[in-house]
Design a protein around this ligand. Sequence first.
Ligand code: SF4
Ligand code: SF4
Length: 384
Amino acid sequence: MKRVALLRHRGYELPALKETMLRGLDGIGFSLTSFRGARVVLKPNLLSASLPQSAVVTHPHFFRAAAEIVIDHGGRPVLAESPAVSSLGNALKTAGYAPVIKDLGIPVADLSKIGKLSYPAGRRMKSFEITRAFFDADMIVNLPKFKTHGLTYITAAVKNLFGAVPGLRKSQMHLKFPEKDDFCSFILDLYGAFLNGFDPSKTMVHIMDAIIAMEGEGPGTTGRPRAMNAVIAGLDALAVDWVAVQVSGLDIRLCTTLTEGFQRGFGITSGEEVGVVGETIEEMRVHDFREPQKPGATRFLRVPLIHRAMKNLFTDRPVPVAGRCTLCYQCMQICPAHAIGRAEAGERTPRFDKSACIRCLCCLEVCPEEAISLNKGPLRWMMQ
Ligand code: SF4
Ligand code: SF4
């Protein structure tokens, strides 16, 4: 049985948040003495340069509470994260992390230093280039934000580790695995590598920011902040994610990182192996939590979308919205399929080439202006 602490918590005020985290760590039987003398990587979700209230990023006070706990107990924290598109410096500044790391003297991992993590049992990939700081650490404290995700349905503890892959290597992975199932399988390979690829293996603890989560068209600014008022902690990422999904009321069958993770036996094989301490799932359940639009398409349609023409008919495609777009071209930088080009004279949005688009929705994730909407494929529109 994997223990997961599910704790009610409203707001991001310190020191109350720190106390809740300490209760969570105690609830899962984590010994704080293991921080003593340890180099501890703190891995928040800093998807992009977004304000804390947007719910795109792990809240800076959440990060601060975890960092202070590590320091109070003799550990040496290092922040390791690679945003999808903006520079790390920009993301740290906009998301409110800059004063925290300055106050606490926390170094930031150098993203140009890379290590190779092997996982021969991987199904889609057997070797991963990740930020070197993860190799140098004794322990990893994963600090995911609970959000919906247009491609993978949710992003939580398992998916948060994707940020260990630095910079634009991430969008190359989207190009390599454009379909949801393949991409989730790749994410699970990466998780398997974190569990089995280090020698000696590293303790990982997952503390999820589900206080203000994200619903709808996440994980970027097109999603909507939604109060879940929960801090969820555990030593097993699948177990933590399973609890978060149960609380949100989202459809577990669409969470491929969970369903395939269970099949692959990464720690647990079903939700029945999770022991929840603190509040009960029923007490914490939120109602009408909005799921992302895109996975709905595959729910009605269980045939493989192999051909591009079929894909164009059935899947939603990103469309830039004139009037909101500021022509910052962050979407163009991230697009792994080079399907976005510069606007021509007089045009107010970049040019999107729908035939080249692989529907990874990276552009939607990174657009800082909520200037990309999803147009339904014509057959999907008719079916609905
Ligand atoms: S246009 Fe957007 S959804 Fe299409 S491939 Fe590029 S980043 Fe992905
Ligand atoms: S659609 Fe968004 S990301 Fe792309 S250029 Fe416009 S504002 Fe920037």
